[in-house]
Every structure is written in C-alpha cells, then in structure tokens.
Design a protein around this ligand. Structure first.
Ligand code: DCP
Ligand code: MG
Length: 396
C-alpha cells in the first residue's frame, strides 16, 4: 500500500511516541518507507487530522428511485428474485421500516413487506453515479480512498475550501451529490478514519455528524463493542460474556489481557477503544484480493459439516465481488481454514469465475491437511495486478 500523504504531518515522531506509550512498541504505518529526522518532541504540535467518511444512503435503491420517480415513497429493494433464491443487495428506508435488510433472502423480505418492489441491479448506472461522486470528492482533496462504489474516506486536513472547515465541506459535498447525482449521502467528520466511519452512520440518511478531537474520548467510550471494526458477532458475544459491552468497559483491560484473549487483534482493540486510529487515507489503495470469512460459534466437526457454511460464504463472496465490480479481475480462488487447534491453512487455484464446486475441492484439500474440527472458514478471490489501476479508472 502506498500513501500519498506527506510523511511529515501524520506519521510524525509524536505518533510513534504515542504508539509506544500505548502498545509498548512501534507500529507499522502505510508510510514506513519515509525516514526522516524529526524535531524534538517539544517542538512538534501535531495538528489533528480532518477526515470525512462519506456514504451514500441506500445507494442502489436511491439510484433506481431517482430514475423512476413513481417509486418515491414506496418500499423498494434491489436484488435477486424471490423465486430464484435471490438476496437483497439493499433497500430504501421505507422498506427498512418493515425489517427488510441487505443480504436477506428476497423471499423473506417479501414476507416482511408484501408490497416490496424488487428491482434487478443495474450495475452500470451505479458505476456512473460512483464516478460522478468521486469527481466531486476530488474537487476538495486528492486524498480520497474509495471503499466501495458508494463509500470513501477523504482527508481534508489541508483543503482550503470552506475556510478549512471539514464540517462545511461535508455539507457542501453532500449538497453537490444531491444536486448533480440526484441521491443523498451521509457523512461523518472526525480526526481519524475509525471515528469518522462510525459517525457517518449517526445521522443517516441525509445527515452528518461531527466528532471534534476533544469529543473523541467520550464518543468512543460510549460505543458498543460490536461497533468496532473487526469485531463481528462472535467476538462481540465473547466480549459481552467477559463483561465488556462498551468501549469504556474494555479500557480497563490491559494490553496483555486483550492480547491473551484476541491475539494480534488485541493490540488493535487496545487502540480502538481509546479512539486511536493512525491509519492514513490512502488514495492509491491497491486491492489485490476480496474475501469473506466466518468464525463459528461451535466448531464444525468434519468435512461434511463445512459444506453448507461454505455455500453461504461463496454466496457472500459473489455479492462482495459484485459490489466492488471486480468480477473481471479474478485470477485465483482461495479457501482458508483455521482448525480447532488454531493451526491455519490456505489453498488456492487458478480460476476466473466463482464456482461453488471449485471452492468445495479447495476445502477438501485444505481439510485433509488438518483432519480435525474447523473453527473458521474463509473463501476469497485474488485479483489481477492491473485491477488497482483499472479500479481507479472506474471511479475517475
Ligand atoms: N450491497 C450489496 N450487498 C450487501 C450490502 C450492500 O450488494 N450485503 C450494495 C448495495 C448497496 C451498496 O452496496 O446499495 C452500498 O452498501 P452500503 O452498505 O453503503 O448500503 P446502502 O448504501 O444501500 O445503505 P446505507 O444507507 O445503510 O449506507
Ligand atoms: Mg451506503
């Protein structure tokens, strides 16, 4: 990963000092390759960064409603057909009132909301909208990191627009998206990516939420642990069982305790619950693979027990690849297995299409290496090298 951010601002020595204080050692930065002599700490006053996380509201459904105003006010979902075991990609907020959600079987969605209008996805329209939105972001900063077609981080620390106010920039960006693209977006504004992403959900849809540097501590303290990036349902349940439901609860855990319970991820947790996230906004992020994985509440005892979960993972993978518009760049398929004793193995093969049968073969090969219950399964694809350039092209 290569970051365009100049090294002197965010990766300054004070961050290393801070990092050392909290983790007991240096941390890997996107920009480690920049080596420079820093002034003594006392002369460095790091300016808090200004990060905006922008996320369009019910993106696919919003584009469809924009193009067919007769849909306005009605519950609309975009996804596969109920009679073909289809899945909801997204739905508008009217449909959400009925309990319809992304990734839900369309048949179930229709049960919850009998008047639901289900439309097939039209990816090309979403790509066009995405490109327009990205062009708007680029008017404010070069440091734009798209996460998917409708989501991006912007580092506007050095942007001069709106007298340097990130709050006003976010408002202006959202107004321009509404005027030029015809859909709404929400934004979170904060000194780091982690808090900005959570804040963009706070006043959704069509809203924004600012967390000032001095508010980060209290904002994060009150967060439920399940909001933490990387904490899925299983980890959240484990944390709850151990008595931690909010980030404030987790702050009483030492770094060692967290590492004992969560391995390497414990270090990350230690930082996140204190609102520390030094990841930079990487504008030329390279996406080389896409994968989904799941840790199971109860180990899967044998190969046969892995079959159904593998099917679910592959279905999720198809959606994720589709969302990133990356199907044409697939060059390899991968399966990851973590056994009950925490040993891990990965198997891969060449391939350009996501086929369940191939993933089953990979699973068999991998399982034979451990021959014991399985704790975690993953399915993924590797993407061709030129994907990153083409993906950028896609948004530009
Ligand atoms: N998407 C998908 N499958 C999923 C989740 C999302 O295909 N399981 C697609 C459809 C969404 C788009 O990606 O419109 C963006 O995903 P978001 O998570 O940002 O969801 P939305 O933009 O639809 O809704 P929100 O208003 O919650 O951001
Ligand atoms: Mg969205």
């Amino acid at each position: 990963m290569v970051c365009r951010t100049p090294p002197n601002r965010h990766s300054g020595s004070i961050f290393f000092a801070l990092q050392k204080a909290v983790t007991g050692g240096p941390r890997r930065f996107c920009s480690v390759k920049y080596e420079r002599v820093h002034p003594p700490l006392s002369f460095v006053t790091p300016r808090p960064r200004k990060i905006i996380h922008c996320d369009c509201d019910c993106f696919y459904a919003a584009v469809e409603t924009r193009d067919d105003p007769s849909l306005r006010g009605k519950p609309v979902a975009v996804g596969g057909r109920a009679d073909q075991r289809g899945v909801v990609a997204t739905c508008n907020y009217e449909a959400r009132h009925f309990g319809v959600r992304s990734a839900m079987a369309t048949a179930q969605a229709v049960q919850r909301c009998p008047d639901l209008i289900v439309l097939p996805p039209t990816m090309e329209k979403y790509r066009v909208a995405s490109r327009q939105i990205l062009a708007i972001y680029r008017d404010y900063t070069d440091l734009v990191e798209p996460l998917s077609l409708d989501e991006a981080y912007l580092d506007v620390s050095d942007a001069r627009h709106c007298h340097g106010s990130a709050t006003l920039m976010a408002r202006e960006i959202r107004a321009r998206i509404a005027a030029d693209v015809g859909i709404t977006a929400s934004a979170g504004i904060a000194p780091n990516k982690f808090v900005a992403k959570i804040a963009s959900d706070w006043n959704k849809p069509d809203g924004q939420h600012v967390v000032l540097p001095e508010q980060v501590d209290a904002f994060v303290a009150a967060l439920q642990v399940k909001k933490l990036f990387g904490v899925g349902a299983v980890t959240a349940a484990k944390l709850n069982r151990l008595g931690a439901s909010t980030c404030a609860d987790l702050r009483s855990w030492s770094l060692l305790e967290l590492q004992q319970h969560f391995g390497k991820f414990g270090t990350r947790l230690f930082e996140l619950v204190r609102g520390i996230d030094l990841r930079e906004v990487c504008s030329d992020r390279e996406r080389k693979s896409i994968s989904v994985e799941e840790t199971y509440n109860q180990d899967l005892p044998d190969l046969a027990a892995c079959a159904a979960p593998m099917r679910t993972l592959v279905e999720q993978l198809v959606l994720r690849v589709q969302r990133n518009d990356a199907a044409r760049f697939i060059c390899k398929l991968t399966v990851k297995i973590r056994f009950a004793d925490f040993r891990q193995t990965s198997v891969e093969c060449l391939g350009t299409g996501i086929e369940l049968q191939t993933f089953r073969h990979l699973l068999e090969t991998g399982f034979a290496r451990g021959m014991q219950p399985v704790r975690l399964l993953g399915a993924g694809v590797r993407l061709e090298e030129e994907e990153s350039e083409q993906q950028l092209g896609l948004f530009e």
